[in-house]
Design a binder for this molecule. Structure first.
Ligand code: DHE
Length: 543
């Protein structure tokens, strides 16, 4: 471990490619080699996720040179500096990028995007390392941790995760991983934890070790966001799937060792106009608990793939036409239906994972962003799944019970109004009466550093605002509050107070019943905490 160590994301693989600053185009500013490398690095770390490596746009607008040259250097600089209410972060005024870096980025965007190299089985295999072979791992749990209530916390800019004991709130270990781990997923048994970095690096963490640590790693591409495990009966802890942004592909790995087994490209045709797309990225992936299948959401083609892992040699994939720009989503409370945001189309798609078919595409508000969403019993409409939005203050509640509440199923039964746009995640728990909605990317610092709580028994009651940033005791920097996550019992909800790398960050733990803070975790090792994943809730998809 390297507690508090600063991670320098490496461009090792990218560096091997023959990419050089483009030659001068009349009227287009040039970049030196050093500036070009810096811009590529920043674009990879901050921009590619929304705008795409080839800049063809998805959650963010297209930034191809026909568009950027039309807008011009000054407008690009302003946009990067101040952001926009539609969800573009204010990279300059937040302190994340310097004036000089913004100048370099504006010039970079006026030039053609460089295309990174491919990354097939040979390259993937080259990065595969088993640090502790299976036979040298413990055969029973070697620690006294209550693993069910352990939290895996992303330390974004440090390239690490922190394992935090949910009972004592102590940091158990800080583990070096890929850069900006996006999500953590628990294996079906709960023994293993899988994390994926933005740089495509997957780490396998064995929670049975005396001090849980990484036992294997592999890089599945150059940019990635999602990882999931096999959860069906008979396949527990057997396989892993990781989804790539670049190259656009998914890779199936052996669960206990991360040995790469099969790589599949997602390049192909959009579901609607059936035009070829060179960069259909793999967004969220969720495992079915009842069938040996993963639900794989392909952003740019708008297709949902049900990848059956029963026989990897004769891979069966059901390809469902859904909607473009699929992003994040989760299962309904029954576990049968999967709901996913097609965020740039303001829609939510519903798939019946049992019958392997699309159920409905539902119109919601501007740019839905649910995370995995929030399931609860609505006092009037029965079971619902909720999503917040990046582009509006709406929280849409969608009925999910076609058997007992057929009139309410697969439509927005109610829209709540939260604090504002810029919402990333919302959460509740089967034992909670509260729905917590963050507004992390709202341009108003007060709103970005607080959350709204709705009373699930009385949704007409105005929401209460919890000033989480203020409760953290941190006074410096932009204290963005992000991603509510419950403990195993559903009695506490944890929030990250996500500051820039140079500033102090924290985690605030709130008592769900009283809605008051019960603990603030402040530690110099907590560098830029973002996502938090409770082992038990993640393993069983409790959300
Ligand atoms: Fe995420 C989930 C992609 C920005 C933190 N994010 C996801 C998922 C995808 C995704 C595809 C679903 C994974 C799954 O369930 O299998 N995220 C992207 C992007 O492309 C985007 C928009 C831009 C980018 O450059 O990455 C983006 N995400 C962010 C952030 O800025 C956040 C706040 C911090 C960070 O690390 O970059 C962030 N994303 C998260 C978190 C989740 C997530 C914490 C899981 C939430 C959950 O509760 O399931």
């Amino acid at each position: 471990t390297t507690p508090g160590g600063q991670y320098q994301p490496s461009l090792d693989v990218l560096q091997q490619s023959p990419m050089r600053p483009p030659g001068a185009v009349p009227g287009v500013p040039t970049l030196t080699s050093a500036e070009f490398d810096e811009a590529r690095q920043i674009y990879f770390e901050r921009c590619a996720g929304c705008h795409g490596v080839l800049r063809r746009g998805a959650t963010g607008k297209a930034l191809t040179t026909d568009i950027t040259r039309e807008r011009g250097y000054e407008a690009l600089k302003d946009f990067i500096n101040f952001g926009s209410p539609a969800g573009m972060p204010n990279w300059g005024t937040s302190g994340d990028l310097t004036e000089k870096q913004i100048d370099v980025m504006a010039r970079f965007l006026l030039n053609e995007p460089p295309q990174p190299p491919e990354f097939g089985m040979a390259e993937i295999r080259n990065t595969w390392k088993v640090q502790v072979p299976v036979e040298q791992r413990p055969t029973s749990k070697q620690n006294n941790l209550n693993l069910d209530n352990l939290f895996s916390v992303t330390l974004r800019d440090a390239g690490q995760i922190a394992l935090i004991d949910g009972d004592t709130k102590e940091i158990v270990n800080v583990i070096t991983t890929g850069y900006a781990v996006h999500i953590s997923r628990s294996s079906a048994s709960g023994r293993y934890l899988y994390v994926i970095g933005r740089d495509g690096k997957v780490n396998l963490i064995d929670l049975w070790m005396k001090v849980p640590d990484s036992v294997a790693e592999v890089r599945i591409g150059l940019e990635a966001r999602s990882v999931e495990t096999s959860k069906a009966k008979g396949f527990e802890d057997r396989y892993i799937i990781a989804g790539g942004y670049w190259p656009p592909q998914y890779v199936i790995l052996d669960g206990p060792t991360l040995e790469p087994l099969r790589v599949e490209s997602t390049r192909g045709y959009t579901y609607d106009t059936q035009e070829f797309h060179p960069e259909p990225r793999v967004a969220s992936i969720v495992a079915s608990h009842s069938r040996p299948e993963w639900v794989v959401n392909v952003k740019e083609t708008g297709k949902i793939l049900l990848v059956n892992y029963e026989d990897l040699k004769n891979l069966k994939v059901t390809s469902i036409n859904a909607e473009r720009f699929l992003h994040d989503g989760g299962l309904d409370r029954s576990g049968r239906y999967f709901l996913v945001a097609a965020n740039a189309r303001n829609r939510v798609g519903v798939v019946d994972t049992q019958e392997g078919r699309l159920v409905k595409i539902i119109d919601v508000s501007t740019t839905p962003h649910p995370g995995r969403g929030a399931n609860f019993e609505h006092p009037r409409f029965g079971p619902v799944w909720a999503t917040g939005h990046l582009g509006s203050d709406a929280v849409s509640l969608i009925g999910t019970d076609p058997d007992k509440h057929p009139d309410n199923a697969w439509r927005v039964v109610q829209e709540l109004n939260g604090q504002g746009g810029g919402s990333l995640f919302l959460k509740t728990h089967p034992r909670s009466q509260n729905l917590y909605v963050d507004t992390t990317l709202n341009p108003e610092p007060e709103i970005a550093s607080s959350v709204a709580v709705f009373d699930l028994k009385n949704l007409d009651k105005p929401y209460e605002v919890l000033p989480i940033g203020e409760w953290s005791g941190i006074t410096e920097g932009q204290r963005r509050v992000v991603q509510p996550e419950f403990n195993k019992d559903g009695t506490e909800v944890w929030f990250s107070v996500w500051n820039s790398q140079a500033q102090e960050s924290a985690i605030v733990v709130v008592d769900d019943r009283t809605r008051k803070p019960i603990k603030v975790i402040r530690d110099k090792r907590l560098v830029t905490p973002t996502g938090k994943f409770n082992v038990y809730n993640t393993q069983r998809d409790v959300y």
